[in-house]
Design a protein around this ligand. Structure first.
Ligand SMILES: NC(=O)c1ccc[n+]([C@@H]2O[C@H](COP(=O)([O-])OP(=O)(O)OC[C@H]3O[C@@H](n4cnc5c(N)ncnc54)[C@H](O)[C@@H]3O)[C@@H](O)[C@H]2O)c1
Length: 329
C-alpha cells in the first residue's frame, strides 16, 4: 500500500509519518512506499519501505506528491487559525484551494484507472461556534466564527461531494485543540493551551490570556495520530454522504490543565502568569467546549487518555526533543 502525507513536516504530519514508519503496516497491510510533502521537503523517518520527500505548495500540488497507485492520502497541509485570520488570502489559498488541488489529484488517479484513494482530512472544531456552554451533538450545524473554520467547513463539503462522485473515499476529522504541542508557541489562537504546560516544564514563563475556569475541548498528539490512522483503515461503508466526524476528546478547564501540570511536576504552574487578552479570548471563546462524539465512538475511535497521562506523555516523549530544538541546553 502506498501512502502520501501532505503537511508531513508539521507537528502532526511528522508524527503520522513516524508512527507508520515504525509500524510498517496500515490496517493489517504492508506499506510499500510513502511520499512526504510540505512547503520544504520534510524529514524522512527511518522506515522499512522507500520514503520520498517533496517540497512545494499544496495549492499548486505537483503530481509526484500523490503518485500513481497511492491508496491513502493524509491531507494535513494548512495555514492555522490565527495566521488564516491575519492573512485572508493566504488562508483561503492554502486551506481551500489546496484542498481543491487534492481533489483534482485524486480525480486524475481515478481517471487513469486507479482506485479512489482514502483521503483523511484534518478539519477542526473551529468550524463550529457556540462557546463555553455548548455541548454539541453529531448533527450540530457548523457556524464558524473565523476564516480558518469557514475554510475547513467548506473543504469538508467539497471532500464529501468528491467522495459521492467517486474521486476519493474521504474521512474528515474535526480535531480538538491538540495539547501539548512541541517546539515553540505558534500562530494558532489556541497556542497558549499548550504553552501553559510546555513552557513551565522547560522552566520558562508563559501567559494565560483566559480565566482559569475557561473550558476547552482538547486531544493529545498520540490520540490525534491514532484517530488519523484509524480513519485511514476503517470501513467507511456506513458513513453515507456525511464524511465528517467529531472525535472523542476531553472537555476540560484551563485550571484542570494547570492542575495536571502540577501533579506531574509540583509547583511548575508558578511560571504561568494570568494576563487577560481579549483578542485571543474572543477567538477561542467562540469554539464549543464539548462534543458528544457518539458517531466516532461507534465507528471505533478510541476516547482520549486523561489529562495527567497526556502531560506525562509529553514529558516522556517530547520535553527533551523540544529543549534540544529550542537550544535551551
Ligand atoms: N494542532 C491542532 O491543535 C489542530 C486542531 C485542529 C485541526 N488541526 C489541523 O490539523 C492539521 C495539522 O495540524 P498541525 O498542528 O500539525 O499544524 P502545522 O502547522 O504544524 O502543520 C501544517 C503543515 O502544513 C504545511 N503547509 C502550510 N502551507 C502549505 C502549503 N502552501 N503547501 C504545503 N504545505 C503547507 C506547513 O508547512 C506545516 O508543516 C492542520 O490541517 C490543522 O489545521 C490541528
Amino acid at each position: 500500500m502506498k501512502i502520501a502525507i501532505l503537511g508531513a513536516g508539521g507537528f502532526l504530519g511528522r508524527r503520522v509519518a513516524e508512527r507508520l514508519a515504525a509500524a510498517g503496516t496500515l490496517g493489517g497491510r504492508a506499506i510499500t512506499g510513502m511520499t512526504l510533502f510540505d512547503i520544504a521537503a520534510p524529514p524522512a523517518p527511518a522506515a522499512p519501505f522507500p520514503v520520498a520527500t517533496i517540497g512545494g505548495d499544496v495549492a499548486e500540488l505537483p503530481e509526484a506528491a500523490i503518485p500513481t497507485g497511492t491508496e491513502v492520502v493524509f491531507h494535513l497541509a494548512a495555514v492555522v487559525s490565527g495566521a488564516a485570520e491575519a492573512d485572508y488570502d493566504l488562508g483561503r489559498r492554502v486551506n481551500l484551494r489546496g484542498t481543491d488541488a487534492v481533489i483534482d489529484a485524486c480525480r486524475r488517479l481515478v481517471a487513469a484507472g486507479g482506485k479512489a484513494p482514502r483521503v483523511v482530512f484534518t478539519s477542526s472544531i473551529a468550524s463550529f461556534s457556540g462557546g463555553q456552554d455548548a455541548m454539541l451533538g453529531d448533527d450540530a450545524k457548523q457556524m464558524p466564527a473565523n476564516s480558518y473554520g469557514a475554510q475547513k467547513a467548506a473543504a469538508e463539503l467539497l471532500l464529501s461531494d468528491a467522495t459521492r462522485r467517486g474521486f476519493m473515499d474521504a474521512v474528515s476529522l474535526r480535531l480538538p485543540t491538540i495539547i501539548v504541542r512541541t517546539g515553540r508557541p505558534n500562530k494558532a489562537a489556541s497556542s497558549f493551551f499548550s504553552s501553559i504546560v510546555r513552557e513551565p516544564l522547560l522552566g520558562l514563563p508563559t501567559e494565560l490570556p483566559v480565566p482559569d475556569g475557561f473550558r476547552v475541548w482538547v486531544g493529545s498528539p498520540n490520540s490525534a495520530v491514532s484517530w488519523l490512522i484509524h480513519a485511514a483503515a476503517m470501513d467507511t461503508a456506513s458513513m453515507g454522504l456525511d464524511r465528517s466526524l467529531n472525535l472523542p476528546g476531553l472537555s476540560v478547564t484551563v485550571g484542570q490543565i494547570i492542575g495536571a501540570l502540577d501533579q506531574v511536576r509540583q509547583g511548575a504552574s508558578a511560571m504561568v502568569e494570568r494576563k487577560p487578552d481579549p483578542v485571543i479570548a474572543g477567538i477561542v471563546g467562540g469554539w464549543p467546549a464539548g462534543f458528544t462524539a457518539e458517531r466516532a465512538r461507534a465507528l471505533g475511535f478510541t476516547p482520549n487518555e486523561g489529562l495527567v497521562e497526556l502531560v506525562r506523555a509529553f514529558v516522556a516523549e517530547d520535553l527533551e526533543p523540544t529543549r534540544r530544538e529550542r537550544e535551551l541546553g
